[in-house]
Structure formats: structure tokens, C-alpha cells
Design a protein around this ligand. Structure first.
Ligand SMILES: C[S@@+](CC[C@H](N)C(=O)[O-])C[C@H]1O[C@@H](n2cnc3c(N)ncnc32)[C@H](O)[C@@H]1O
Length: 224
């Protein structure tokens, strides 16, 4: 049976799109919780494709409320993680949901934009980001900023839905930039990433506001 998701039906597609780009206030908090259901497979699959190694230092861009960080941290020994999101309510929520991991010193969340990351060059072994690419203001420059903070030999993973899928959703007409695999690979090539590859992973069908969708996640990786 298909999984069912009813995003807040009080919102217009334009309002919903605005909260997906940058969740705000109480409504944004609620949308964050709903994203944990609708994006569960792509989020968990992104961590599987990333496949971190023991002691890796990981950066996630746009983790939303960080609900799945606990699953990433179980994937290898002694992982450390920083999540950045430019939505203050998502950072607050991520801090609340991950209180135990934060106390352990393994996890930290910061409010920042992909445009200017508050980290030194060559800091992270891996960078992962899911469902944020549509909102990057300057994809080429933003990918170069990710390259800057990645260690030589480190991996960037971008997880996303295809343009052809998003075109089926009314909300994607409002502030989304949509990409097919070749577009994303070209951005990474031009930004200086090497060994670029893309995996496609099918997911269970999703009943989204009473329409049934075939779902798949796209996972493009590049190495510094
Ligand atoms: C659609 S949500 C995806 C959340 C989660 N990764 C998921 O897949 O469920 C997009 C998230 O990226 C964040 N975001 C969008 N643009 C950003 C930017 N320029 N810098 C940092 N975070 C950004 C938003 O605030 C939001 O939390």
C-alpha cells in the first residue's frame, strides 16, 4: 500500500513552497514534522549512499529539524556532525530533537546559509544535502563554497527529486529551480569536483494530497 502524506491543506501551493524553502514560525515547525514523513526514504537513502567511514567529520546543509541525524550517527564509529540551516525555527527544532546527541558532543547545529559557510577550508570529510538544491541562489558559487570546506579527497552528496517529477507538483512552480541529473553533474564538474556519479533509488509510492506518485531519489556525488 502507498504511504500517505497530506501536507497542511490550509496552505496554498505557493505558501507551502515558501515554507519548504525556509520554514518559518509555528507553521514552519509543522511543515518540518511533515517533511520527516514525506522525505523519510530520500533522507535515509542519502546517508546510505554517503556511507561515512569511522571518525568522519560530516557537514549537512539544510537538515530541516534533523530528525534522521540519529540514524546517520549509527552508520560508523566516532562520527561527528554539524548541520547548518538558514531557518532559525529549524535550528531550534533540530537542537530540541537531538538534545542527547548534542550533549554527547558529537552533534552541533548552526544557523547559516550555503552561500557563506562559517568554516575553514578543508574541514569536512563528507558533505550531504537533501532537497535543498532547488533553493540554492547561485548553484555554481554555492557548489564552490562546499568544495572549499571539504577536505581533499572528501565527498559531496546531493540528494534531490528530478525536474520531471517536480513538474507534476503545483507547488514547484513557486521558487523552485529544477534539475535533471546532467544539470547537477555539470554544476559539479564546473565547480571542480572529480569522479562524479549519480545513483537512482526507487521508493514506495506516495499518496500526496490524494494523488498517487511513483517516487525515486537521485543521488549525485563528487570528490574534491
Ligand atoms: C525542503 S527542506 C528539506 C529538509 C530535509 N533536508 C529533508 O529533505 O526533509 C529545505 C531545507 O533547506 C533549508 N535551506 C534552504 N535554502 C538554504 C540555504 N541557502 N542555506 C541553508 N539552508 C537552506 C531550509 O531552511 C529547509 O530547512
Amino acid at each position: 500500500m502507498a504511504e500517505k502524506l497530506n501536507l497542511d491543506s490550509k496552505l496554498t501551493p505557493k505558501e507551502l513552497a515558501k515554507h519548504l524553502r525556509q520554514p518559518e514560525g509555528e507553521t514552519g515547525k509543522e511543515i518540518g514534522l511533515q517533511m520527516n514523513k514525506g522525505n523519510k526514504h530520500i533522507c535515509l537513502n542519502s546517508y546510505k549512499v554517503l556511507n561515512p567511514k569511522n571518525k568522519n567529520h560530516i557537514l549537512e546543509i539544510g537538515m530541516g529539524n534533523g530528525f534522521f541525524v540519529k540514524d546517520l550517527l549509527k552508520m560508523a564509529d566516532d562520527l561527528t556532525y554539524i548541520g547548518v540551516d538558514f531557518s532559525p525555527i529549524m535550528v531550534d527544532e533540530a537542537n530540541f530533537i537531538n538534545e542527547g546527541l548534542i550533549k554527547s558532543g558529537k552533534v552541533r547545529f548552526e544557523q547559516a546559509s550555503i552561500e557563506r559557510l562559517p568554516f575553514n577550508d578543508d574541514t569536512f570529510d563528507c558533505i550531504t544535502t537533501t532537497n535543498t538544491l532547488y533553493f540554492w541562489p547561485q548553484p555554481q558559487d554555492n557548489a564552490e563554497e562546499l568544495l572549499r570546506v571539504l577536505k581533499p579527497g572528501g565527498t559531496l552528496l546531493i540528494a534531490y527529486r528530478s525536474k520531471s517529477f517536480l513538474n507534476k507538483l503545483e507547488l514547484s512552480k513557486h521558487g523552485f529551480t529544477k534539475y535533471e541529473i546532467a544539470d547537477v553533474e555539470n554544476i559539479l564538474i564546473k565547480s571542480g569536483f572529480k569522479q562524479i556519479t549519480t545513483k537512482t533509488i526507487k521508493e514506495p509510492e506516495l499518496d500526496f494530497d490524494d494523488t498517487l506518485f511513483e517516487m525515486e531519489g537521485l543521488f549525485t556525488t563528487g570528490i574534491k
